[in-house]
Design a protein around this ligand. Structure first.
Ligand SMILES: Nc1ncnc2c1ncn2[C@@H]1O[C@H](COP(=O)(O)OP(=O)(O)OP(=O)(O)O)[C@@H](O)[C@H]1O
Length: 242
């Protein structure tokens, strides 16, 4: 059966002035797939996901989302994007934040209420709905940002380090939710440098110095390099012997 590609990158590059931050990235993310972008700080993960989300533009190559060339304005309703830094209105309550973003996505009335309830339940914040966001901890803000990205049931979910500052128990339940979303057809692209999260992805892209140095399932990447862990496999592909 042919796989349905939700995201497709062809020789994508990005430079800032004379600095080439991403080089000839070719990869794809399929429907129902959790694809992890793994790499050290500064590797280019955020730059790459921003181009897929349509908030930055490649300087070379092509980015397609659902067969549409990005950036494209109308695509924002199909994409849920959780940035690395939280874009929340601190002086408003969580509920007001959610209502604001829900209205941008055209959600109204009972559908809006139902989605707000559902996403706050997923991130374990239901009892904090009416609290002002300025009183939230860092981890709670991350969870609220994730709730916002899930509001409009996007076909593609792009999550830039979604579980930073989130405790292990909740992190596990959030990953279960990612698994469920993927089973219901959502394509999920997640950046991480947490190795145990990398193991939960269906497929990984290892990125280092702006280059995609390897792609494959966690198992295949380990096998190919004779490694016991993803970390060792990463070091191997990066030219460092563990
Ligand atoms: N607007 C910009 N202007 C100039 N350089 C930039 C800009 N945005 C990113 N860069 C550079 O691009 C490189 C990749 O940054 P990026 O944020 O994509 O890395 P990352 O892999 O997401 O890192 P982290 O895990 O720390 O978030 C870095 O060297 C960064 O300094």
């Amino acid at each position: 059966m042919a796989m349905e590609q939700c995201v497709r990158l062809e020789n994508v590059g990005r430079r800032f002035g004379n600095t080439e931050v991403l080089k000839e990235i070719t990869m794809s993310v399929q429907r129902s797939e959790i694809f992890g972008l793994l790499g050290p700080s500064g590797a280019g993960k955020t730059t790459l996901v921003k181009m897929i989300a349509g908030i930055d533009t490649a300087t070379s190559g092509q980015v397609y989302v659902l067969d549409q060339k990005m950036p494209k304005l109308g695509m924002f309703s199909k994409i849920g994007y959780m940035a690395q830094s939280d874009a929340l209105y601190m002086e408003l309550t969580a509920q007001e934040n959610l209502q604001f973003f829900a209205s941008l996505y055209g959600l109204r009335g009972s559908k809006m209420r139902q989605r707000i309830e559902a996403v706050m339940d997923i991130v374990g914040l239901s009892s904090f709905l009416k609290k002002q966001v300025s009183t939230y901890s860092g981890g709670m803000k991350r969870r609220l940002s994730l709730a916002i990205a899930l509001l409009h049931e996007p076909e593609i979910l792009i999550l830039d380090e979604p579980t930073v500052g989130i405790d292990p128990v909740l992190r596990q339940s959030i990953w279960k939710e990612f698994e469920q979303l993927s089973q219901s057809g959502t394509a999920i692209l997640v950046t991480t440098h947490v190795m145990d999260e990398a193991d939960k992805c269906h497929r990984l892209g290892m990125i280092r110095g702006g280059k995609l140095i390897a792609t494959g399932t966690p198992e295949a990447l380990k096998q190919e390099t004779g490694s016991e862990t993803i970390e060792q496999a990463f070091l191997h592909f990066g030219g460092v012997q563990a």
